[in-house]
Design a binder for this molecule. Structure first.
Ligand code: GAP
Length: 434
């Protein structure tokens, strides 16, 4: 069980993690803007993914492909023909639903009337637009619904230029767009979102082994970043759930406030995509090594959502604790995900303290995302920093002027250490390494 849904949504809005998009115009449904803290945290999630998937590995490279690609890409991938959801409309209240997400297909969840649904029709999920100044059928293009295809169409470019040999992976982080019928649950399902996807190319006979390997790796990634083990599970897909391209798929699921739901899908995409693009483009996308026959590599794909994962980490980290008869709200985020690593808090606004505060802050700023907060009582400032998950608060007081020391408070234990000012950076480095 994680935090209450409304509590997290309110915290996210109140503290500047996520805002409703176009709020001053009444808001655009299902679109969100990330505020200062949300932007920093989302960037941290993506950085951690990139670090573990690309930076720390010698079998991986990264790319950044265009959002708008040739329309043939979507024909070859199968998206033009089959990327749709079954939509039904209630003839009483006119609300629309995804048939496959309804608990009871005979009763409208909105108005409660029975037998009011229209026949299902397939609703296409890709956003369509035109490329160039004239709107015509000849220049229709689509916003990508997944980052994966940008990787497949660059397989040969990347293999040739980076001289990678099997098995190897190509990773990408970027925006994707889906005209979801029922967006909702805050940033869980939106029409514009960010994905973190990796396509791992391997020999067909090794695909099952690599599939198991990536299931374990990806599960471990969330745990390593502090996610509560009980809030996470791996769920293999039933055969009727599998996407048209997949031979096997398991989801990493998180215990959201409405129940278990998908964070990431790990699929064995076989050689479907490379074969399709080879056939449609006429390019040779097979793989060759000395002494071997040409063949199409198989692909294992861990596909995660950056925005959805950020939301899950927020839910997972939320705690309310009783401290000396009062309730303290704290986000127990891993320091690598916390938007602010340390806050520097002068005990008063007197100029002598401001000057020392700025000195401490400017040194720390070289290495860490920090915040200087001079308003309100020290107790309220601690509470605010706890609520946004800042691992350390550094208080500058009048004694600091003489002893050149500051007090460092730990978010989780609330223990305080008196540290020499010029040792604070090393102190934080030590704590973050441990
Ligand atoms: N290339 C495979 C693929 O795109 P997917 O399961 O459709 O697979 C992967 O998407 C991940 O992207 C999901 O597990 C989820 O985290 C994220 N995602 C998909 N649709 C989303 C949406 N409408 N809003 C937010 N995140 C979404």
């Amino acid at each position: 069980m994680t935090a209450d849904f409304d509590t997290i949504v309110n915290l996210a809005k109140k503290r500047g993690f996520v805002f409703q998009s176009s709020e001053i115009y009444g808001g655009l449904r299902s679109a969100y803007d990330y505020g200062p803290l949300g932007t920093a945290m989302l960037r941290n999630v993506k950085d951690q993914w990139w670090r573990s998937m690309v930076q720390l590995r010698d079998d991986m490279v990264g790319i950044d492909s265009a959002i708008i690609q040739a329309p043939q890409v979507w024909k070859a991938s199968g998206h033009l023909a089959s990327f749709s959801d079954p939509l039904v409309e209630c003839t009483n209240c006119n609300n629309r639903f995804r048939l496959d997400k309804l608990d009871n297909v005979d009763q409208c969840p909105s108005c409660g009337k029975r037998d009011t649904f229209t026949e299902p029709r397939e609703f296409h999920l890709m956003f369509k637009t035109n490329m160039g100044p004239v709107e015509s059928d000849d220049n229709v293009v689509y916003l990508r619904p997944e980052t994966a295809q940008g990787i497949f169409i660059n397989f040969e470019n990347v293999r040739r230029t980076s001289r990678m040999r099997l098995p190897f992976g190509i990773a990408q982080i970027g925006k994707s767009f889906r005209n979801e019928i029922t967006p909702g649950q805050f940033v869980f399902r939106t029409r514009e979102f960010e994905q973190m996807e990796m396509e791992f190319f391997c020999r067909p006979e090794e695909a099952d082994t690599w599939f198991e390997y990536w299931l374990e790796e990806r599960h471990r990634w969330y745990l390593d970043l502090g996610m509560t083990p009980d809030n996470l599970r791996l769920r293999p897909h039933e055969s009727d759930e599998l996407a048209h391209y997949a031979a096997a798929c398991s989801d990493v699921e998180f215990d959201f406030p409405w129940g278990w739901d998908e964070l990431e899908g790990i699929a064995n995409r076989t050689d479907f995509d490379l074969r399709q693009h080879a056939e449609h483009s006429g390019e040779d996308l097979t793989y060759f090594e000395e002494g071997d026959e040409r063949f199409y590599p198989y692909v294992i794909e861990p596909a995660a959502g950056a925005t959805r994962t950020t939301f899950a980490f927020l839910l997972d980290a939320y705690r309310e604790e009783e401290v000396e008869g009062e309730t303290r709200t704290v986000l127990k985020l891993d320091h690598r995900l916390a938007p602010i690593k340390a806050a520097v808090l002068p005990l008063s606004k007197k100029p002598e303290l401001t000057e020392v505060t700025q000195r401490v802050a400017s040194e720390l700023r070289q290495t860490y995302d920090i915040e200087v907060d001079i308003t309100q009582s020290i107790g309220r400032r601690y509470r605010r920093q706890d609520e946004i998950g800042t691992p350390f608060c550094i208080t500058v007081d009048f004694d600091s002027l003489d002893d050149h020391q500051v007090t460092v408070r730990d978010r989780d234990t609330m223990a305080q250490d008196r540290i020499a000012m010029d040792k604070v950076s090393a102190y934080l480095a030590d704590r973050f390494a441990g």
